[in-house]
Design a protein around this ligand. Structure first.
Ligand SMILES: Cc1cc2nc3c(=O)[nH]c(=O)nc-3n(C[C@H](O)[C@H](O)[C@H](O)COP(=O)(O)OP(=O)(O)OC[C@H]3O[C@@H](n4cnc5c(N)ncnc54)[C@H](O)[C@@H]3O)c2cc1C
Length: 276
């Protein structure tokens, strides 16, 4: 049995280093501490959630999980590559990493795979929703509100696609609805002042909004006060410390932090770190 499996066996306890104090790292620290591990969270920033979660959109969109890799998306790719879509900027479209990633993305753009992937992400999202409910037994103040999410749809083709997805989503336990624009206006009267036309809307009352930074900061404070979790901030991890096929520490500027296992949640920097 590998050391990793031994460590995460329900009976064993260990010292786990979590690399990255973003929302994912801090939430994982919570579950590791709850399972009885001592946890050290390491981050190069001087405060938690300095990465993508610092000022994100705060949407908990459990119901909008349609895979980006789908047949309709293929038509848009030339516009992205040529820089004709203002919403997407690809700094260097022909670098080898992007080409490799692009090839695997294209393989997922079939109708069958798009459907399978959307259902997988939906199941993951619904599980996340249930786990957040459970996590709220730890009282955290992060402006979480079940505001619902309303997405307006301009053309009939997109509305038909949304209607097809609607059935699949409901079969998988997601309470989404297709609304006429009149029904949507009852929910959101401000729509009367918005330029249309719109073909309809998709609404999910279950979707929430929350302040990711406040959530992460509050959870980190709670962990320091109630669990064996420490935070080593201002530690720029240069590499992982390996012994045989084990990874049991991180090498920062000037010193090592060692434990029984390391989990890496360094967001967009993860791949670079793991490639060291
Ligand atoms: C503009 C924007 C809007 C978004 N809106 C939404 C939204 O509405 N809803 C939603 O669900 N998601 C949204 N997201 C995505 C969401 O914010 C991210 O998926 C999430 O924050 C990722 O969390 P993370 O903990 O994995 O990574 P991060 O929050 O990026 O944390 C990674 C951490 O790793 C640390 N780190 C990296 N490398 C090292 C190193 N070498 N040494 C030490 N520390 C290191 C960084 O300092 C950072 O603190 C949005 C993202 C952006 C950018």
């Amino acid at each position: 049995m590998t050391k990793w499996k031994r460590l995460f066996n329900a009976q064993s306890r260990g010292h786990v280093i979590v690399l990255g104090a973003g929302v994912i790292g801090v939430t994982s620290a919570y579950y590791l501490a709850r399972a009885g591990h001592d946890v050290t969270v390491v981050d190069r920033a001087d405060h938690v959630t300095a990465g993508a979660g610092y000022a994100n959109g705060g949407q908990l969109s459990y119901s909008f999980t349609d895979a980006l890799a789908n047949p309709a998306f293929l038509k848009k790719i030339p516009r992205f590559l040529l820089g004709l879509d203002p919403a997407v900027i690809i700094a260097n479209p022909f670098n080898s990493d992007l080409l490799k990633w692009g090839a695997s993305f294209l393989r997922q753009c079939t109708g069958k795979r798009a459907q399978e992937n959307s259902i997988k992400v939906l199941n993951l999202a619904l599980r996340s929703s249930a786990m957040l409910e459970e996590l709220l037994s730890v009282t955290l103040d992060f402006s979480c509100r079940r505001a619902g999410k309303l997405v307006l749809i301009r053309d009939n083709e997109s509305l038909d696609k949304a209607a097809r997805n609607y059935h699949t989503k409901r079969e998988h336990g997601c309470k989404t609805e297709i609304l006429s624009i009149e029904q949507a206006s009852v929910l959101e009267p401000a729509l009367a002042h918005m330029p249309g036309p719109y073909a309809g809307a998709v609404y999910c009352e279950h979707d929430e909004v929350a302040d990711t930074r406040a959530f992460t900061e509050e959870l980190a404070r709670w962990l320091m006060a109630h669990k064996k979790v420490t935070f080593e901030m201002g530690q720029d991890v240069q590499s992982l410390i390996t012994r045989g096929n084990q990874i049991d520490g991180v090498r920062c500027n000037g010193h090592d932090i060692v434990g029984d296992a390391v989990v890496v949640y360094a967001g967009a920097w993860t791949e670079k770190l793991l490639a060291i």
